[in-house]
Design a protein around this ligand. Structure first.
Ligand code: HSE
Length: 437
């Protein structure tokens, strides 16, 4: 049988890795897929030919991506150019031309996925996006297919490699934030706009997708509560450690009686949890199902060949299903399209979690009592207190409170009142805390 012809958009980090892995493992991939897979045309504005092994296996390289999606010979488009536009137009045009699509573009799926899947459904083609979440970890397949028996209770993941790399280096080596970020960019982990990594937007894109396939809801990026790692200080990393916790940037989505939580933010997690030891650029996703219990998926969340691994797995899935009827294929968002639920996303003020609070307090009797009185009046129970000795005769000392779970709106009010106390200097640093049980 003739090989399946692929049109590849983008020959950057992931595009190059995809060409290399498809070439290196061509024989085994064909044995798995049941057919050979050939990139017959690729589009790239610029690329480094010396960095890509197997480039000579591509029949033709053009700088016009629209030519690729219009090519009548091509059955599957791999979109690896990223960003919203022209990726959206190219993917919609490919679908309109009856082609299946594989994409690593989390931003595109998180923001335009509902439109894209509806178009694909109408045309009877597949849009696959394993590489969009947690790089090489097959988390989409695990949640969508492997856990199909379960009611998913919650998902919590370290889903931005750059952010995890920065937090790890800050903790282990006391390195400077911007210095570590530059290294992540050089290694090809960071987004083209690194603010997406450190401000939590990239993780929010990925969480949006995970939440949809976990709970069978439409993609709702605009409802995610997003906080990045830019305000995490070295001292918080240290105090968290003294209290038995590690700070990780987590994406968390949870089913509650009142709606679905959808939030990304730095989080204290107990140091004894396996996920607390996921360091460097590695990603990990914890999924709790009612039948299976907690399950943990770990691997490289970024980088050339790990992401290519997920891209090619999607291509293999599509090739295997080329002859099946569209209605017999795995649904894009795990649930049948007419079975998506309209359960609402909880506003952050209604989310319940525990907290780490750090404040600078005047070193005199009664100060802790004043803060405790505010917390007590709002029914916020204190779990632990840590007070550090004054440095070089300073009049302010750092005081850290760990609280039990409380709705965010009560904590907002507590912080408002604490900041107004005469004995408290400056802002209160708040980091949410999850036990992940
Ligand atoms: N910038 C992303 C990360 C790349 O650091 O995880 C993979 O999506």
């Amino acid at each position: 049988m003739e090989p399946v012809k692929i049109g590849l958009l983008g020959l950057g980090t992931v595009g190059g890795g995809t060409v290399s892995v498809l070439t290196r493992n061509a024989e085994e991939i064909a044995r798995r897929a049941g057919r050979g897979i050939r990139i017959s045309i690729a589009a790239a504005k610029e690329y480094n030919p010396d960095a890509i092994r197997g480039l000579d296996q591509i029949d033709r390289i053009t700088d016009d991506a629209f030519e690729v999606v219009a090519d009548p010979e091509v059955e599957i488009i791999i979109e690896l150019i990223g960003g919203y536009s022209p990726a959206r137009e190219l993917v919609l045009m490919a679908i309109d031309n009856g082609k299946h699509v594989v994409t690593a573009n989390k931003a595109l799926i998180a923001l335009h996925g509902n439109e894209i899947f509806a178009a694909a459904q109408a045309k009877g083609v597949t849009v696959a996006f394993e590489a969009a979440v947690a790089g090489g970890i097959p988390i989409i397949k695990a949640v969508r297919e492997g856990l199909a028996a379960n009611q998913i209770e919650w998902v919590a993941g370290i889903i931005n490699g750059t952010g995890n790399f920065i937090l790890t280096e800050m903790r282990d080596k006391g390195r400077d934030f911007s210095d570590v970020l530059k290294e992540a960019q050089r290694l090809g982990y960071a987004e083209s706009d690194p603010a997406f990594d450190v401000e939590g937007i990239d993780a929010a894109h990925k969480l949006t997708i995970l939440s949809s396939i976990a709970f069978g809801i439409p993609l709702q990026f605009d409802k995610v509560y997003i906080e990045g790692i830019t305000k995490i200080e070295q001292q918080d990393v240290g105090y968290a450690g003294e209290l038995g916790y590690r700070i990780k940037h987590l994406g968390i989505t949870r089913r509650t009686d009142n709606g679905i939580e959808l939030r990304v933010h730095p989080t204290l997690i107990p140091g004894r949890r396996l996920i607390a030891h996921v360091d460097g650029v590695m990603n990990a996703v914890l999924v709790k199902g009612d039948a299976v219990g907690p399950t943990l998926y770990y691997g490289a969340g970024a980088g050339s060949e790990p992401t290519a691994s997920a891209v090619i797995a999607d291509v293999v899935d599509i090739v295997r299903a080329l002859t099946s009827d569209p209605e017999n294929r795995v649904p894009h968002l795990a649930f049948q399209p007419n079975e998506l639920s309209d359960v609402s996303i909880l506003p952050m003020t209604e989310v319940e979690t525990a907290y780490y609070l750090r404040m600078q307090a005047v070193d005199r009797p009664g100060v802790l009592a004043e803060v405790s009185r505010i917390l007590g009046a709002l029914n916020i129970s204190i779990e632990a207190i840590l007070q550090k000795e004054p440095v070089n005769g300073a009049i302010h000392v750092p005081v850290i409170f760990l609280t039990q779970r409380v709705k965010e709106r009560y904590m907002n009010e507590a912080i408002r009142q604490i900041v107004n106390l005469d004995c408290i200097e400056g802002e209160v640093t708040r980091i949410r805390l999850e036990s992940l049980l």
